[in-house]
Design a protein around this ligand. Structure first.
Ligand SMILES: C[S@@+](CC[C@H](N)C(=O)[O-])C[C@H]1O[C@@H](n2cnc3c(N)ncnc32)[C@H](O)[C@@H]1O
Length: 269
């Protein structure tokens, strides 16, 4: 494991996560024994804007119905279930955090998508897949935890089929100083590895991607925004202080310390 991965896993590990999810569902008047993708979408999209951002990113990326997708850094699997349940995709998902992987698997089974999504522990810088396996690689709010972005982008290119699409949502370094901590992905700078938007786009081109563009301006929701109101929110999976951490992220965006990006990039045909 790379040096930074141990504190990253520690940052995300909650312990008793399924119990926390079940409690949140009960408090929202749902039956935790009969969850649906829609119910879970109130708590399982672990990025700014939550489910709305996943839907917008899938639309901007024009993810084809029924394609084969890698969810790279899948968290507890909300985006994977959206892709499989709504877009009919088959999904392979990996994540560094063992507890998230286990919960993602259980939730996939509980909503009847266990046969369309497979989940395993893995690192985006060393993907456990054959060359040219996927039509699309989706990566949401993961790059901020990854120091070795050249390796991450090279691996995404390798596992994409020629002509395949890499779509990343994340927060980049802004011009107005360091962001305000604690943040959703890092309580201290120890697990936060930001680059400027220009550097990110440049690294993708250097890795071999073409048609690299940032389409965040076309989105009504942004990776740095808080969860939409009236949903359960990310506290069960991300911690009870997530409201403060998301608030710091939103303030940092307003201050020009962070810049939300939604990136599309193609593996050349
Ligand atoms: C903010 S969460 C986003 C989860 C998911 N993409 C979503 O949007 O719901 C960040 C996730 O990235 C994972 N992660 C961080 N570094 C990683 C790495 N090097 N390889 C794989 N997963 C990683 C964490 O374990 C965590 O689940």
């Amino acid at each position: 494991m790379a040096n930074e991965t141990v504190p990253v896993v520690k940052h995300y590990t909650r312990n008793n996560l399924m119990e926390r999810i079940r409690t949140a569902l009960v408090e929202a008047d749902y039956d935790p024994d009969q969850p649906t993708v829609e119910m879970l979408s109130e708590l399982d999209h672990l990025h700014g804007g939550g489910y709305a951002t996943t839907r917008t990113q899938a639309r901007l990326a024009n993810i084809p119905h029924g394609c084969h997708v890698l969810d790279a850094g899948c968290g507890i699997g909300g985006p994977s279930r959206y892709l499989a349940g709504r877009l009919g995709c088959t999904v392979e998902a990996i994540d560094l955090t063992p507890e998230y992987v286990e919960i993602a698997r259980q939730l996939n089974e509980s909503v009847g998508l266990g046969d369309r999504i497979s989940v395993q522990i893995g690192n985006v810088t060393e993907l456990p897949f054959e060359d040219e396996s996927f039509d699309v690689v989706l990566c949401q709010n993961v790059t901020m935890n990854v120091a070795d972005k050249p390796a991450m982008f090279a691996e995404a290119l390798r596992v994409l089929k020629p002509g395949g699409l890499y779509t990343i949502s994340h927060l980049a370094e802004g011009p107005n100083g360091p962001p305000i901590y604690p943040l959703p992905w890092a309580r201290t700078p120890e697990t936060s590895f930001l680059e400027t938007p220009l550097k990110i786009l440049d690294l993708l081109s250097q890795a071999g991607f073409s048609a690299v563009e940032d389409v965040a301006q076309q989105s009504s929701t942004k990776p740095g925004e808080g969860s939409p109101p009236r949903t359960i929110g990310a506290a069960p999976a991300m911690g009870d202080d997530i409201v403060v951490r998301t608030g710091n992220s939103s303030q940092s965006v307003r201050d020009g310390r962070l810049i939300p990006m939604i990136i599309l990039a193609r593996r050349p045909s």
